[in-house]
Design a protein around this ligand. Structure first.
Ligand code: GRF
Length: 206
């Protein structure tokens, strides 16, 4: 399955995808890594593995839509077609219908909380501050609303009282690195069936 991976920061989720592909456990090929920040370490990780990169600075565009148009162009040019997928792996931008329409049902995001609790950029800190006993991470299809689309997979971690957002974030991140490649493998196998808000996992073919 041809995929494009979108990053904004450290790219450890990108690394987990690369590692799983190289281990022969994820049937995907990363055609391009796109970042909206030139200093994203995710770009270095991609270059270390000879994966093509593109930097598209959102500040160079006068609207979300024109930025999204350029992302669509870059992703298509890389060879990601309707059999492929787009993975938001720590990509800190809201996308518009201009972006979603060409890839509808094939855009996946990882969020570091158990949605619908704690959407937004401070998912781990908000969960820690709230004092919840369990948090975790969510892989979901992307729709027009932030951190909202149909849930593919979740994993949970117990929270320690007063441990703070950073410690919780580190433990959640380890789980992100497990469930994102797993969800992508299901997508590659054609096992994910989206019916409204519900994602059904079809049995593996033998
Ligand atoms: C992850 O926790 C991701 O869920 C969140 O930002 C963090 C990015 O991590 N949106 P990385 O860039 O993949 O290391």
């Amino acid at each position: 399955m041809p995929i494009a991976v979108l990053v904004s920061g450290g790219g450890s989720n990108l690394q987990s995808i690369i590692d799983r592909i190289e281990a022969g456990m994820l049937d995907a090929e990363i055609k391009v890594v796109v970042s909206n920040r030139g200093d994203s370490f995710g770009l270095t990780r991609a270059r270390n593995h000879n994966i093509p990169t593109r930097v598209l600075l959102h500040t160079d565009f006068d609207s979300r839509e024109t930025f999204d148009e350029e992302m669509v162009r870059a992703i298509r040019q890389s060879g990601v077609n309707e059999t492929g997928a787009v993975v938001m792996a720590g990509f800190m931008r809201i996308v518009t219908p201009v972006f979603l329409e060409p890839f509808r049902g094939r855009v996946v995001n990882i969020h570091p909380a158990l949605l619908p609790s704690f959407p937004g950029v401070r998912g781990q800190g908000d969960a820690a501050d709230y004092g919840v006993k369990i948090s975790g991470c969510t892989v979901h299809f992307v729709d027009e609303q932030m951190d909202h689309g149909a849930v593919i997979m979740q994993a949970a971690v117990p929270c320690q009282p007063g441990e703070g957002g950073d410690a919780l974030a580190a433990r959640i991140l380890k789980l992100e690195h497990r469930i994102l490649p797993q969800a992508l493998q299901w997508l590659a196998e054609g096992r994910l069936e989206l019916r409204g808000r519900f994602v059904h996992l079809k049995p593996a073919s033998r």
